[in-house]
Design a protein around this ligand. Structure first.
Ligand code: SF4
Ligand code: SF4
Length: 153
């Protein structure tokens, strides 16, 4: 081996002995995601209006939106390609790209979120609203009928 190569090898060895390791001590130390890393999608479900635009725009069809009374928003994490398109089309700006990747695993993971006051609570509120509207209409009709003879005079 040429002398210059031996010198370079020796220098690299000595340098590596006294320099910090290139790898991190993950998971003992928190991971630092690279700048611009897309990570994963998170939703502020309270602001979602179940419009379904994100579902229609998602290229791999990873999002499923169920309108009220279900009022759910679900994402198949294994199908998402982190393109960020849903984030840009959401009219309520309730979708965000957050650093951090899906934990590897053998099962397909679907995360599902429900808007507040949906499901049974929503149905009950709708029923009460309907009853109140019917009662108001009946009261209005009764008042009109009571006022009718007076108007004729
Ligand atoms: S980031 Fe892209 S692939 Fe993932 S849910 Fe949004 S639109 Fe679909
Ligand atoms: S586009 Fe936004 S508001 Fe509409 S369903 Fe998707 S997350 Fe909800």
């Amino acid at each position: 081996m040429p002398k210059s190569r031996i010198m370079a090898f020796t220098w690299a060895t000595v340098k590596n002995l006294f320099s910090k390791p290139a790898t991190s001590k993950y998971p003992a130390e928190p991971i630092a995601y690279p700048e611009g890393s897309r990570g994963h999608i998170e939703i502020a479900i309270d602001d979602c209006i179940s419009c379904g635009i994100c579902e229609k725009s998602c290229p791999p069809r990873a999002i499923t939106v169920k309108k009220p009374p279900e009022g759910t928003w679900a994402i198949d994490r294994m199908d998402c390609i982190a393109c960020g398109y849903c984030v840009s089309v959401c009219p309520k700006k309730c979708l965000h790209m957050v650093a951090g990747y899906q934990t590897p695993g053998g099962e397909k993971i679907t995360d599902s979120f429900q808007r507040p006051h949906m499901g049974e609570e929503y149905l009950k509120a709708q029923e009460e609203k309907k009853k109140a509207a019917l009662a108001a209409a009946a009261a209005k009709k009764a008042a009109e009928q009571a006022a009718a003879p007076k108007e004729a005079n």
